[in-house]
Design a binder for this molecule. Structure first.
Ligand code: ZN
Length: 239
């Protein structure tokens, strides 16, 4: 989860650390990098296992909320169908045109060649281009077939429901959920602000987070105002 976790007070990354208790047990936590280095941020440490569990639990709850699930499925379908119809096909058609143009040039070069060496080199190049062209044509044919198969919102919703079915205590399940949905989390001592992955996958900067927080109601984040329970370890599970 490191790399997606930030301090809500100063925007620094929260880094994974470990320590040893007086009884000799090793414990793991996340700590604000600025506080670690210069001691000038007030963010308290977060127990690693708890905060990861809590975030995954919150993500699943967020995604599975029926109205939101419908919205996400709608966006997935929209993006998928748009990509198939346009960008990917256009990209391949462009590649095919440029291969054809280069093939023309190579053919001209072969016709005008005066030495054996040049002819051999050009023949090799022509063969490579023909192979590349055949590959691109297969890809294009596949895409055109796929474009005819429209994704249904109900299918996507069912998939998401299945995808989010798991135990937040399970580390593999945690990783899967975090990879798929989480853009970044800003941790305060009494709340957290979570950003979900959007299409371009850009990470939300501290400044963007602050300007977002001033006007709540954005579509891609949740703010958890349930105070004083985040640092409480086991007890804070009862929310
Ligand atoms: Zn900080």
């Amino acid at each position: 989860m490191q790399g997606k976790l930030f301090c809500g007070y100063c925007g620094s990354p929260m880094v994974a650390e470990s320590g040893r208790s007086s009884t000799g047990n090793v414990y793991y936590y996340y700590s604000c990098a600025k506080r670690n280095k210069h001691r000038d941020c007030k963010k308290k440490n977060e127990k690693k296992d708890f905060i990861e569990w809590y975030i995954v639990e919150q993500i699943c709850e967020y995604v599975l909320e029926p109205k939101r699930l419908e919205y996400i499925a709608g966006r997935v379908v929209e993006t998928y169908n748009a990509d198939l119809g346009n960008e990917a096909v256009e990209e391949l058609e462009k590649r095919l045109r440029s291969i054809d143009a280069e093939l023309d040039k190579v053919t001209t070069a072969i016709i005008n060649a005066t030495t054996r060496g040049v002819i051999d080199r050009m023949n090799e190049r022509a063969e490579a281009l023909e192979l590349e062209k055949a590959d691109a044509e297969i890809d294009l044919a596949r895409l055109r077939v796929a474009a005819g198969i429209k994704l249904q919102e109900t299918e996507v919703a069912a998939f998401l429901r299945g995808f989010c079915q798991g135990d937040p205590l399970d580390l593999d399940f945690r990783r899967k959920i975090i990879d798929a949905f989480l853009n970044s989390v800003y941790l305060y001592d009494d709340k957290l602000v979570m950003y979900f992955n959007v299409k371009d996958g850009k990470q939300i900067s501290f400044i963007e987070m602050l300007s977002d927080s001033e006007e709540p109601g954005g579509e891609d984040y949740i703010e958890d105002e349930n105070s004083s329970s985040l640092n409480g370890g086991g007890s804070s599970a009862n929310r």
